[in-house]
Design a protein around this ligand. Structure first.
Ligand code: NDP
Length: 327
């Protein structure tokens, strides 16, 4: 038997509890992993609270990522004892996830733990941090360089935002952090932002085109913030959109795209191809300052994870939450 968080749904009830299950409750997979760490992502908080239909099969163990060691494997690339990480692929949504001491998954979904990190650091980064790196790669691949001007990072105190600020700062970009928590300005600046902008400056309906400012944008908020970020992006600039913390809508006009050649690049971490995952993890090893990562993350045990989900959605959590599943 091992510990897991389990979500169950009936017509009248959405139940989440910490419980004990055995291996027969896990889905089929060619690799069994003894999990050491998972992490609390925005999507996990939606799954635990039931505020959005993230979980599409019940009962479900939430947790869209994990790091651990291979307990047994029939996959040619993974031997017993290897350290591995997993992000996405529907794990924690349609396939039993990482808020558990064990997982059984397809070996094709796993990535070897990069040599730059131990498993706790890998989950301190977690899906949010790896998505931040996907956004940075998208900016680079679309031609954004540090000499072109300021980069706007929205939701700057959150998981994706904090890691994006830390990475971009190490790469020499000038960063402006957008936050609804001005009291956390010192935190965002300690990660490398040069300036803080109050969320309210971009969260109201705006004009189709505003004064040109950003060479690039990492947006986790969506809605009016994304629309206003596009409207204030410089000629030829690049906006990466990965989140919906402020809303799923996109109340924008085509003006920035057709008059300023602005590119809007969507970023998805879940079904992202393996070669891009490997590239992102390798670049995290080079371009993320581990001292800053230490300041971004705090640790909780599995038993505190359910209550932490409410705090995350209420905007009470700063940075990243790593989960020690053995606590
Ligand atoms: P966090 O909760 O850690 O951070 C989100 C941040 O967004 C908050 O800290 C807050 O920052 C800001 N925010 C929260 N609510 C609102 C609001 N109503 N309006 C405007 N800003 C708000 O989440 P993550 O960083 O882990 O994830 C951020 C987003 O990215 C989520 O929507 C998540 O689903 C998405 N995501 C997408 C992925 C993908 O594959 N596309 C992968 C990972 C995440 P502040 O207080 O500083 O303003």
């Amino acid at each position: 038997m091992f510990k897991s968080i389990l979500i169950n749904k009936t017509d009248s009830d959405y139940q989440v509890k910490l419980t004990e299950i055995d291996e027969s409750s896990l889905p089929e997979g060619d690799v069994t992993v003894d999990i050491q760490y998972s992490s609390l992502n925005y999507k996990d908080a939606l799954a635990i609270t039931g505020k959005s239909p993230v979980v599409r099969r019940f009962p479900m163990i939430p947790g869209i990522d994990f790091a651990g060691t291979v307990a047994s494997s029939s996959h040619p690339d993974f031997d017993t004892g290897m350290s591995v990480i997993l992000n996405g692929w529907g794990v924690g949504e349609v396939h039993m996830g990482g808020f558990s001491q064990k997982a059984q998954v397809k070996g094709d979904w796993l990535v070897p733990l990069p040599s730059a990190f131990d498993s706790r650091q890998a989950m301190a980064i977690g899906t949010a941090g790896y998505t931040a790196m996907l956004c940075v790669l998208a900016l680079e691949k679309n031609g954004v360089t540090p000499d072109q001007g300021e980069i706007l990072v929205t939701g700057a105190t959150g998981g994706v935002g904090s890691v994006a600020v830390a990475i971009l700062s190490k790469l020499g970009y000038q960063i402006v952090g957008l936050t609804g928590r001005p009291e956390e300005s010192d935190y965002v600046m300690s990660l490398g932002a040069a300036e803080i902008l109050n969320r309210s400056e971009l969260s109201e309906p705006g004009r189709p085109l505003a004064k040109e400012r950003w060479a690039g944008v990492v947006d986790v908020v969506g809605s009016h913030v994304l629309a206003n970020a596009c409207a204030s992006t410089r000629y030829g600039g690049v906006v990466t959109a990965c989140g919906l913390a402020g809303g799923m809508d996109f109340p924008a006009s085509v003006a920035p795209f057709i008059l300023r050649g602005v590119s809007l690049i969507g970023v998805d971490s879940v079904m992202c191809s393996k070669n891009i995952r490997l590239e992102a993890w390798e670049r995290l090893g080079q371009d993320l300052d581990l001292t800053k990562l230490g300041n971004i993350v705090h640790e909780i045990g599995l038993s505190k994870t359910i209550e932490a989900a409410d705090d995350l959605l209420a905007g009470k959590i700063r940075g990243r939450v790593v989960i020690d599943v053995n606590q």
